[in-house]
Design a protein around this ligand. Structure first.
Ligand code: HAM
Length: 420
């Protein structure tokens, strides 16, 4: 019988303790990002993985690749069309409207898997994870600064190099429409030389043409109208001010050709990219979406948000070695000795900063010490039959070869552990 394999484009994340392993980095990103979010006083929201498929048609948009080609939608047993969420923003707004919380402000974060039926390649998966933030109920101004401050904190918090934040402004609904009309007028005479994908974009969502991968279209766009000439001076000032405020923290660039792949954006948009990622170089994206809540049946709720792709981001980071100290707890007795486990339990309660790794399998002291060293443990606490009889323990200083191991009383052990 054939073994059952995971589905194309879907991966397991398994932390085997190897710090260079991508999964180890993935889990560290999750942990640290959460700390950053809490530091910004954001509250957690968790929405279901499955939603009514109409939610995404009405928010992410019919003209987006996500809804057009990538959505995982199917009929359930009741013949209702449901979809695995391709992103988190629409679900957050759906939830806020449903709970009648759409008349107040909220600062929210979420983390979890998303699904898009894409052609898998490096950095592009069918199941991937996002860490997202949505600031709801506050019009353009401070939230834009808070959002870029957060992006800088993420980039600098992980010591990332070779990355930049691109920012742009799509103007008002009217500005966006006038610009799109001008873009169509400019490109129509060249329609026959555009590839099928760009013709489709021109018909459905002309802004997305600015994202073209075709070199021919890119060349044509060099002389095309620029959004810069269609948005208000205040929008341009906002971009300049954000660049000025944050340029000493991160590389912030105004890019008037930056557009986003989802239809709900209006106003300020941004992306963080890294030259170390190859073709899929954007590891974070977001922007303002002031009309989404109303469009989904709620109140007028001006909002802004962003999401980070955890898999892509994990590719960029180096594991922080200054993390918590690890102590190996080695019980070397021929019988099961519950008292030893009680000592370990008490140690854990005394110092919550320390990772206490009780070696659960049988084996000689030598093999247990070998594993402790492999795991990069700082100390080993050894309890054998003699120690149990005498109420003592042995402390071995694994990172200090010159220092002799020490036999201590249990009280001394507890004091030592507290002081690590
Ligand atoms: P997005 O740009 O579609 O925006 O996705 C955000 C991030 O998710 C991307 O920058 C990328 O790192 C990651 N990502 C997207 N697709 C894939 C994939 N197939 N495989 C791996 N990683 C991927 C949004 O989803 C918006 N909801 C962001 C937002 C929140 N805007 C406002 N609020």
């Amino acid at each position: 019988m054939d073994n059952i394999k995971s589905l194309t484009g879907m991966q397991d994340h398994f932390n085997d303790g190897d710090k260079d392993n991508l999964s180890s980095k993935f889990f560290q990103v999750e942990q640290k990002i959460k700390e950053i979010f809490i530091n910004y006083k954001l509250e957690e929201i968790r929405t279901p993985a499955l939603e009514d498929a109409n939610l995404f048609n009405r928010s992410v948009g019919n003209s987006s690749d996500i809804v057009n080609k990538e959505i995982y939608a199917f009929n359930d047993r009741n013949n209702k069309t449901i979809a695995l969420r391709p992103e988190g923003t629409a679900s957050v707004i759906r939830s806020i409207i449903e709970k009648k919380l759409d008349q107040t402000t909220h600062k929210l974060w979420y983390m979890g898997p998303m699904w898009r039926y894409e052609r898998p390649q490096k950095g592009r998966y069918r199941q991937f994870n996002q860490a997202g933030v949505e600031i709801l109920g506050i019009k353009e101004g401070f939230p834009e600064f808070e959002m870029i401050s957060l992006v800088c904190s993420i980039i600098n918090g992980f010591n990332l190099k070779n990355c930049s934040i691109k920012i742009n402004h799509l103007g008002t609904k009217e500005n966006k429409q006038t610009f799109c009309d001008a873009l169509i007028q400019y490109l129509l005479p060249f329609k026959d030389s555009l590839d099928d994908k760009d013709v489709e974009r021109l018909n459905k969502n002309p802004l997305r043409i600015l994202d073209t991968k075709s070199e021919k279209t890119q060349a044509l766009l060099e002389n095309a109208p620029s959004i810069k000439d269609y948005i208000d001076q205040t929008s341009i000032e906002l971009l300049k001010s954000i660049k000025d405020q944050f340029s000493d923290l991160c590389d912030v660039e105004i890019d008037y050709s930056l557009v986003r792949g989802l239809d709900y954006y209006s106003g300020f948009v941004f992306e963080a990219i890294s030259s170390e990622l190859g073709a899929q170089d954007s590891f974070l994206g977001g922007g303002r979406y002031d009309h989404l809540c109303k469009k989904l049946g709620g109140k007028d709720l001006p909002s802004i948000g962003m999401a980070l792709g955890i898999e892509r981001f994990a590719e960029l980071i180096n594991i922080d070695n200054s993390s918590a100290k690890t102590v190996s707890f080695l019980i070397v007795t021929s019988n099961l000795e519950p008292k030893a486990y009680k000592i370990a339990h008490q140690l854990r309660a005394l110092n919550k900063e320390i990772i206490l790794d009780v070696h659960l399998s049988d084996g000689s002291l030598k093999s247990k010490l070998r594993r402790s060293n492999k795991d990069n443990a700082d100390y080993a606490i050894i309890i054998g039959e003699d120690e149990l009889k005498n109420n003592t323990a042995v402390i071995k200083y694994l990172k200090d070869e010159l220092r002799e191991q020490q036999t201590v009383t249990l009280d001394e052990l507890y004091s030592f552990y507290k002081s690590i």
